[in-house]
Design a protein around this ligand. Structure first.
Ligand code: WTA
Length: 645
């Protein structure tokens, strides 16, 4: 790990909104006097009723609750749109870049966005959607995805976005879990020149999702799709029949804003619930501080709306701040590895936010794809999703940013709503691979396995000792699981599931998940989910899944599979099983390696020793540690001998 220091560039120090001393003051105040600190921050939002209460929370079992600004009322879409109309109605809110570079881009001013969102909201109302109803959004990266989210927020419906890469089975599970009667989709999506059959996937989901009654279909590609009478509606036809005026519904600060399913270490994906005011405040606050956003700048978060990064930093954070947010339909390396940089040049992007996995993939293609573009507009670079290796960091800094642009490495999670540990570009000297320091309001703690708080330079499990406004409020339909998952490992603290090192300067270095969650191309995957998919296959008796190092994806998926007796291992079956998981969950869950294992290393009580499986998958077979507690230590020799890769 590199300890080299990149000081704040002079140009940044000179115009910093918050400098190093300012950061220390803010952070100190936020923890010393959180009530007044947060009520003051709350002024950045427009309230129907201004709150007099800030945080009201307890992480203890007897009195467990989390509330912020609970007596306040506001509407999230009015904060993201209406309040900007008087001052910047004609400024571009959403700049949309299509998949194919030879197609024209599109832009929507705040005024146009207002009309689009009102219309969309009225279409939802006409379909009977009311405050509190769940609306599933299964859309490609088209402007309608942002309209749909903001339309839900406008009428108080709770959106649940399902990534367009998920399979019909995964979609059905999410529709059913939150009992969503309505799904918004498109005929097809496009990514990297390929079509994604979204509407057909929704049709295929129906048999496992009987709750679904209405499907609103956006015409995106014009591809041929079957419309089911009585269930399916074309968005453009419905929109033509409603008005472009829709007053925003006043919402309680703690009314739900959205659900987003994410993987945990056990069981099926959980519906992470975020509420209205605290979430919006957090994403607006962090978007301004971390990206140093200033009016007029073109800002591009190259994530997908299907993930939390898209929710917080394509839609809600930037629009709450009146920004111009760029939305890109395609993938980073199509038609070639220059595409991102060409888009930067075309739209004069000043702030670019992307993931280490994309950077590693582009870096592997060679510098010439970067060098042939200008990138002169870039001022600031950001990264998120997984630890960035110092080599990729330096490439981003030196080659992409030509040494000019600070990099904000933002650590956060679906559960945290927005960034918690990240540099402020005018205040924080950078170290490649470190997310640096906690944002004001954030109180990280490193603890050992027993929960003892560790001080100074040390390494441990990362907890957050107090609530912050953007924290998730519950797991949909299972509040007990929320408490159990995050607040019981270390009593009285939120446990992140990440390991972390703190250096002598107080900088945080995330070392990765310490639980059974793997991070594939920056996307979270529960090993349990992949295992459940594998054992659904009629030939599979048992499966154990672990992460393995992968040069581009960060982590790959390594599956150990025990077949039913009488079934023969073969390369064909390996392929069949990989395709099977792809079908069940989606392409991102496809195992990179499948090893047939006549037996798995289990303790006498039947618990699989994943530590051993991880070591073998990593190719680190010389230090398997103590295997004496295994019921049958001989299985390990077989696993080592038949390692794949
Ligand atoms: C990892 C994505 C190191 C971490 C916003 C976390 C990171 C998980 C970083 C959450 C970073 C995210 N450095 N690791 N800058 N950002 N992670 O919920 O393991 O999809 O727990 O949220 O990604 O993934 P999620």
């Amino acid at each position: 790990m590199s300890e080299s220091l990149y000081p704040v560039p002079e140009a940044w120090a000179n115009r910093a909104r918050v400098d190093a001393a300012g950061y220390a003051r803010l952070h100190g105040r936020s923890l010393a006097d959180p009530g007044s600190f947060w009520l003051e921050q709350a002024k950045r939002l427009e309230w129907v009723k201004r709150p007099e209460l800030a945080g009201d929370w307890s992480f203890d079992e007897a009195d467990f609750h989390i509330r912020w600004f609970a007596d306040g009322k506001l509407n999230v879409s009015a904060n993201c749109i209406d309040r900007h109309l008087a001052t910047r109605g004609n400024d571009v809110a959403i700049l949309w870049e299509p998949d194919a570079p030879d197609e024209p881009s599109r832009s929507y001013t705040y005024r146009q966005l207002h009309a689009e969102v009102c219309r969309f909201a009225n279409v939802l109302k006409a379909q009977g959607v009311a405050k509190g109803d769940r609306v599933t959004v299964y859309l490609p990266m088209i402007p309608e995805a942002a309209f749909a989210l903001l339309a839900c927020a406008r009428i108080g419906a709770v959106h649940s976005v399902v990534f367009g890469g998920f399979s019909p089975e995964a979609l059905a599970g999410r529709i059913t879990d939150c009992d969503s009667k309505i799904v918004i989709t498109a005929d097809e999506g496009r990514r990297g020149g390929k079509k994604v059959p979204l509407k057909a996937n929704v049709d295929a989901a129906q048999q496992h999702a009987p709750a679904m009654q209405t499907v609103i279909v956006v015409k995106a590609t014009g591809g041929d799709v079957a419309m089911q009478p009585g269930r399916d509606i074309w968005y453009h036809e419905a929109a033509a029949q409603v008005s472009a005026v829709c007053p925003p519904e006043p919402m309680g600060a703690e009314d739900p804003l959205f659900l987003l399913y994410t993987s945990g270490s056990t069981g099926k994906p959980k519906g992470v619930l975020h509420t209205s005011a605290g979430y919006l405040l957090w994403v607006s606050y962090t978007h301004e501080l971390v990206f140093d956003y200033r009016p007029g700048q073109v800002y591009w978060c190259a994530a997908d709306i299907g993930w939390v990064t898209g929710h917080s930093y394509i839609v809600y954070g930037p629009l709450a701040n009146g920004a111009t947010t760029l939305m890109y339909e395609g993938v980073p390396n199509w038609p070639d590895a220059s595409r991102i940089w060409q888009v930067v040049d075309r739209h004069k992007v000043e702030i670019l936010y992307t993931a280490p996995t994309a950077l590693r993939a582009l870096m592997a293609e060679g510098d010439e794809f970067v060098a042939k573009t200008s990138r002169e507009s870039l001022r600031l670079l950001g990264t998120v999703g997984e630890p960035i290796n110092p080599e990729a960091w330096r490439w981003y800094h030196d080659v992409v940013g030509a040494g000019r642009c600070p990099i904000v490495d933002t650590w956060w999670q679906t559960e945290t709503g927005g960034a918690l540990i990240a540099p402020l570009p005018g205040a924080t000297a950078l170290k490649p691979g470190s997310a640096t320091l906690p944002l004001p309001g954030v109180d990280p703690q490193l603890v050992d396995a027993e929960g003892e708080v560790l001080h100074g330079a040390t390494e441990g499990n990362l907890c957050i000792a107090r609530s912050w406004p953007g924290q998730m409020r519950t797991v949909w339909g299972d509040h007990a699981r929320f408490f159990q998952t995050y607040f019981t490992t270390y009593r009285g603290k939120y446990f992140t599931g990440d390991g972390c090192r703190r250096d002598a300067d107080g900088y945080y270095w995330i070392t990765g998940r310490v639980d059974d969650v793997i991070n594939v191309s920056g996307h979270r995957m529960g090993t349990a989910e992949v295992e459940s998919a594998l054992v659904l296959h009629p030939k599979v008796a048992e499966a154990a899944v672990v992460g393995m190092p992968h040069a581009i994806k960060g982590q790959g998926i390594y599956a150990y599979v025990t077949l039913n007796s009488g079934e023969e291992p073969s390369d064909d079956l390996r392929k069949v099983l990989r395709d099977w998981v792809r079908q069940e969950i989606g392409p991102i869950a496809t195992p990179d390696a499948v090893q047939f294992a006549p037996g798995l290393p289990k303790t006498r009580s039947g618990k699989i020793m994943r530590r051993i499986l991880r070591k073998i998958a990593e190719g680190d077979v010389s230090s398997l540690g103590d295997t004496s507690t295994l019921a049958d230590p001989a299985v390990v020799d077989n696993l080592v001998a038949n390692r794949v890769g």
